[in-house]
Design a protein around this ligand. Structure first.
Ligand code: FES
Length: 518
């Protein structure tokens, strides 16, 4: 693919290969009050799987999703089902000891096996394939990390193999293979689960935004449109807990990453590959409707703090070229939250909320972590023992590394708060092209301008409505992203992703009148 064609392709709007190849059913908005047993907020893999498990046990469930099902991280994943979360076991042993590190592995491997069992039992057509997961060092300084991780595998009894060469065209110094992992098409898999929910009379509502909750005497979920859902329990399975009564915004940090599906000269060998160091690179094969492709990902950075997003896609395209890419089929990006100690928060929202549960902070491993979260939440709600409750409890506290990470993250947030306030926009509104946005200077103040595809201008106040940091423009996704806690807004200011709940203040919006005049 020549450079100009590639640049044109990458400036087009993003779309994920999963949504390009599967159409999920759609559901109506909630338009009245309801009474049920369990309300699940969030229609990604965690919410859908939790709804499936609870409905199977006879619990009356309502599932609400702020946008469309799977439109959060689930529809934008690499769809690896694995307990190999890059390098983590040596670190977990160091911070929590062997017993907890082993429980972390078993919980994730259990989720991988559960998905495999579902696929086999129900003959779900979702391109599920058993694959080895491979973390590789491509620099000398990372070799020692691979060796330490291999030693952690040995201590924990994780089936693994160390190698110094791979069949893939990557400059590998040393690699660690975790056997018996898997990959799939997440939306084909969830399409089956959604159909099962419908059969079990689970009520599903899309474009239904939960904005508030109350817990006494019973739980009530309040929606943006003023409706109420009365219930016994609420499970918050949204990307970010919309009801943040546990200071989750200061205990997780958001990162964006970039992906593309490409057609290569030759199919790549089996395996799901990820680099140990930076820049992060992830590679796996992919088969959609009989067409063999390769999925490449990486270029991770904290939300709102990256360079121009087009540059991230360009760098990935250069990497894809080294694997023999001849055509970019589609490209997209994703946002994930990581907790301070890297273990997701799954369980009661806080010690004061006995009927509200949360699952968040999956660090980019949401297919496995989301499934294990669903199993854990279902057990907790049904008052069944689960051996992994303590490891994932949101109420856990371990001084190291939590305090250190908290100081680093919140220190850098304070820095962004001040820096953002001092920065003025460098771009000029009159130089904006159609479908382009930028931070501009308006009457000497920082503002956000976007000209849509028809050339109509919107100007927003770039002050994040969560805690006042200054949002930055993301040209790849046409969004305003906050560098502090990861809130994201549409180009016109509406909230896409929390913790912010209110839109950016609109300072100006150009409309078409009925006769087409501006
Ligand atoms: Fe917290 Fe923007 S997300 S200040």
């Amino acid at each position: 693919m020549n450079q100009n064609e590639q640049a044109d392709r990458l400036s087009e709007e993003t779309s994920s290969i999963w949504f390009e190849t599967v159409r999920l059913p759609s559901f109506k908005k909630l338009n009245g009050n309801l009474q049920t047993e369990a309300v699940i907020v969030g229609g990604g893999i965690t919410g859908i799987t939790t709804a499936y498990l609870l409905a199977k046990e006879g619990v009356k469930v309502v599932l609400i999703e702020a946008d469309r099902l799977c439109s959060g991280t689930t529809g934008y994943t690499t769809a690896k089902i694995t307990a190999q979360h890059t390098l983590i076991y040596d670190e977990l042993i160091g911070h929590f000891g062997e017993e907890k590190a082993k429980l972390y592995y078993l919980a994730n491997q259990g989720a991988r096996d559960w998905i495999g069992q579902m696929v086999r039992t129900h003959d779900i057509h979702c391109d599920f394939r058993e694959q080895p997961a491979v973390v590789y060092a491509d620099k000398e300084k990372e070799v020692r990390q691979i060796e330490k991780e291999a030693e952690a595998y040995r201590k924990l009894g994780i089936p693994g193999t160390v190698t110094e060469s791979l069949d893939l065209a990557l400059p590998v110094k040393k690699a660690l293979i975790m056997h018996h992992q898997a990959q799939f098409h997440p939306l084909m898999y969830l399409h089956f689960l959604i159909a099962e929910l419908v059969k079990m009379d689970v009520s599903i509502y899309e474009e239904t935004v939960a904005v508030e909750m109350t817990e006494a005497p019973s739980c009530v979920v309040h929606t943006k449109e003023g409706h109420q859902i009365h219930c016994s329990d609420v499970l918050i399975c949204s990307h970010f807990p919309f009801y943040d009564k546990g200071f989750y915004f200061s205990r997780m940090y958001p990162e964006r990453s970039y992906l593309m599906a490409v057609e290569t000269e030759q199919p790549i060998p089996d395996g799901m590959y990820i680099s140990a160091g930076n820049p992060k690179r992830s590679v796996r094969s992919l088969s959609c409707n009989g067409r063999a492709m390769t999925l490449v990902g990486g270029e991770n950075h904290k939300t709102g703090r990256g360079e121009n997003t087009a540059n991230h896609f360009q760098k990935l395209a250069v990497f894809a070229d080294t694997l023999g890419a001849k055509e970019i089929i589609c490209h997209w990006s994703a946002q994930d939250y990581t907790t301070l100690d890297k273990i997701p928060y799954i369980g009661k929202l806080s010690s004061r909320h006995s009927h509200m549960y949360v699952a968040a902070g999956f660090k980019k491993w949401g297919m496995t972590s989301g499934t294990l979260a669903a199993r854990l939440l279902a057990d907790q709600l049904l008052e069944r023992d689960n051996p992994y409750s303590e490891v994932f409890s949101p109420q856990r506290f371990t001084a190291d590394p939590v305090i250190k990470r908290f100081m680093i993250d919140n220190g850098s947030i304070a820095g962004h708060l001040i820096k953002g306030k001092l920065e003025k926009g460098k771009e000029s509104i009159k130089h904006l092209k159609n479908d382009q946005g930028a931070v501009v200077s308006l009457n000497g103040k920082r503002a956000g301008a976007y000209k849509n595809k028809e050339g109509r201008l919107t100007i927003v106040d770039t002050t994040c409505t969560h805690m006042g940091c200054e949002v930055n423009w993301n040209q790849g996704e046409r969004t305003w992203d906050c560098p502090c806690h990861g809130s994201r807004y549409e180009a016109t200011g509406e909230v896409i992703d929390g913790p912010a709940k209110k839109p950016l203040r609109q300072l100006y919006r150009e409309h078409h009148t009925q006769d087409g005049e501006k």
